[in-house]
Design a protein. Structure first.
Length: 356
């Protein structure tokens, strides 16, 4: 999704997207017709990148997607993400050449139709629509069986592998920020999966989140289709669609409930990473965004070890494109001291457990 969202989608595009968003259950049923022959495609250990936005999740996805041993969603999968093989056949005749433009976040990252993107949440939205009805999202229990979703998601992974890497034995990889709400359940459903969770210095992270929330509020006010699009793909991180994950009921306990304040995002940061620290284990890899940007070669090498990558050299070569994290000039005035102290303590725990 480009920065110039209003001019990126024609009337026909918008109608097609609305049709796709309105027929999720029908697509789930139709997806079974794509399942024939999938048994021959082995499901190798998947890779899930998740965490609060603005901590390098997209950058990590791009580093991973460039390797032949991984397969990811790309923009061309839209809008019928739930039936990727069917949509690929239908859309092949009118696909256009890729033109890369700055994405809607206004952060300088360029995207095109072949760029990897976060569309996996559309599957969860289709299977658990009532979880998104309120103004927040309740986390999935670690013991959630995911009985109906698991076989669908497993076959969906196989389809993405077949589309992206038809001649290889690739692994499915995704970036999905809302997977932070279900790390335990996801790990139990796919016990051989790797889950990479980046984190960032809390005050800087909160400032970046606040800035992006304001950016999307402005965009959604200008163009209602932009709001519908983001909601349709399950992106509830910012703007008029904001639905924070209510880890351990923090939204009912905090006094900072205004998302136009830094303290709200700092409280959300604390609730999120406090929860993630309880999930940290063999399958969860914590990654410091600051360390990743300062020592990219060393961090990529360490991550290659954790993920048992074959194309280590190609992966580590991404170090050349990684730039220092943008720093915000944040005034300490008005920052809740108790929150700042808690955040600093959590950051110490995260850094102690993070990738070296």
């Amino acid at each position: 999704m480009s920065l110039d969202f209003e001019n990126s989608y024609s009337l026909a595009d918008r109608v097609l997207h609305r049709l796709a968003f309105a027929t999720r259950r029908l697509q789930i049923d139709f997806a079974e017709t794509e399942d024939r022959g999938l048994a021959d495609i082995p499901l190798r250990p998947p890779l899930f990148v998740t965490g609060l936005p603005r901590a390098g999740t997209t950058l990590l996805l791009e580093c991973i997607a460039g390797l032949d041993e991984f397969a990811t969603h790309i923009y061309r999968d839209m809008p019928f993400v739930l039936v990727p093989q069917f949509w690929n056949r239908i859309s092949r005749s009118f696909q256009t050449r890729e033109q890369r433009t700055e994405r809607a976040h206004g952060d300088g990252m360029l995207v095109g139709t072949d760029s990897p993107e976060a569309f996996e949440e559309m599957i969860w939205l289709a299977f658990y629509p009532k979880r998104y009805d309120g103004d927040s999202i309740k986390p999935w229990a670690d013991t959630a069986a995911l009985a109906e979703l698991k076989p669908f998601l497993a076959n969906h992974m196989r389809k993405i592998v077949a589309l992206r890497r038809p001649h290889g034995n690739a692994r499915y990889a995704s970036k999905n920020n809302l997977n932070i709400a279900r790390i335990g359940a996801l790990g139990n459903a796919f016990p051989d999966a790797s889950i990479v969770v980046p984190f960032r210095e809390p005050i800087q992270h909160a400032a970046s989140l606040l800035r992006q929330h304001r950016n999307f509020l402005d965009m959604h006010a200008r163009d209602d289709f932009a709001r519908r699009y983001m909601a349709g793909i399950g992106h509830f991180d910012f703007g008029a669609n904001l639905k924070p994950v209510n880890f351990d009921g923090w939204l009912h306990q905090t006094e900072h409930r205004d998302p136009l304040t830094l303290n709200f995002w700092l409280a959300y940061w604390c609730a999120t990473y406090r929860h993630i620290l309880t999930q940290h284990g063999q399958r969860v890899i914590l990654l410091s965004y600051e360390q990743f940007s300062r020592r990219p070669e060393a961090q990529l090498n360490s991550l290659a070890d954790c993920l048992t990558l074959k194309a280590r050299d190609a992966f580590v070569a991404n170090a050349a494109r990684i730039k220092p994290v943008k720093s915000y000039d944040v005034s300490a005035q008005g920052v809740d001291e108790r929150l700042a102290t808690e955040a600093a303590a959590l950051l110490d725990e995260l850094e102690a457990a993070a990738l070296r």
